[in-house]
Design a protein around this ligand. Sequence first.
Ligand code: NAD
Length: 340
Amino acid sequence: MRVLMTGSEGYIGAVMRDVLADAGHEVVGLDTGYFEGCDFGDPPTPIPLIKRDLREVEATDFEGFDAVAHLAALSNDPLGNLAPGVTEAINTNGSIRVAEKAKEAGVPRFLFASSCSLYGQGAALGLTEEAEPNPQTPYAHSKIDFERALQAMADDNFSPVYLRNATAYGVSPRLRFDIVVNNLCGWAWTTGKIQMSSDGTPWRPLVHIRDISRAFLCALEAPKDVIHNQAFNVGSSKNNVQIRDIAFKVQKQMPECEVTFGNSDGDNRTYNVDFTKIETKLPGFGEAQISVDDAITEFLDAFKRLSTKEEDFQSRLYTRLKQINHLRSEGRLSDDLVWL
Ligand SMILES: NC(=O)c1ccc[n+]([C@@H]2O[C@H](COP(=O)([O-])OP(=O)(O)OC[C@H]3O[C@@H](n4cnc5c(N)ncnc54)[C@H](O)[C@@H]3O)[C@@H](O)[C@H]2O)c1
């Protein structure tokens, strides 16, 4: 199949392109390039790229594609809080434009990278896809708002599917240290310490970026009736963990690392999610394959190979907010994150 992947140049897209290509699909990227040159080791495998802001896409960009994998977004809470309205302008309204233009061009399948963060502060353990969303941040709001817009667009010729990813982890050529597993591995390796300001009790569902990529592959290849207008939580019941457990898992593989906790810092994002639907209903997915322990091993190998230092860990290259603020302070991006 020919797949147009928005956000292809980001953390997940840099890995998903290989998973789809290895399965025989042809991938074309579309990305505005906020993280151009922010490589960790070798750059991502080259693919044809439409360099464009998603707020400016046209139907002609989507002609001839069998599916869109829509990943482009301001993709975490700190970025989502950057400036009022920008997250809504890109993640909600820009995404609606992407879906409308894709539909107009006759693309039959639309895979959306949604997020488990839309469950927000889950009162119960084991939130299923039927649980009432309780978004706590502009980022989480943007995910449920766009899902709802897509639901209204679903018809015989247009099948959206909402892949609600858990918090991602794992090594990528466009690495991020602003997500929890990667961040704790980075602290431990470069400073020998994990100092948590919180008590580490909030729950997080986690998933490796290659398992996210496999979920997209399965949704791309599944019969239409299985995925049409369906939400799937993407993760693993084995990977619903409390943040303190991640710190201890890192310490197990780096025994010299010191782990300390503070008091709760008021982070009210805690959610514990059920993954039965993806495990039983999405053909070919089965269970998530790459555990947090496997990923920690993968990080240690990469850090050794690339001699990663604290200045690399702290650099703008791998923290989304720092890179975006760098581009703004250099006068290259406007406050609306439009190239100047
Ligand atoms: N990383 C996670 O933990 C996680 C978890 C759940 C869901 N998701 C979702 O998965 C998707 C991919 O996440 P990621 O971690 O790879 O993010 P990322 O920030 O690493 O990459 C996002 C990419 O989108 C591009 N982009 C942003 N705004 C754009 C615009 N206006 N026009 C064109 N391109 C634009 C950026 O240049 C970047 O290359 C996002 O939608 C994110 O919300 C990520």
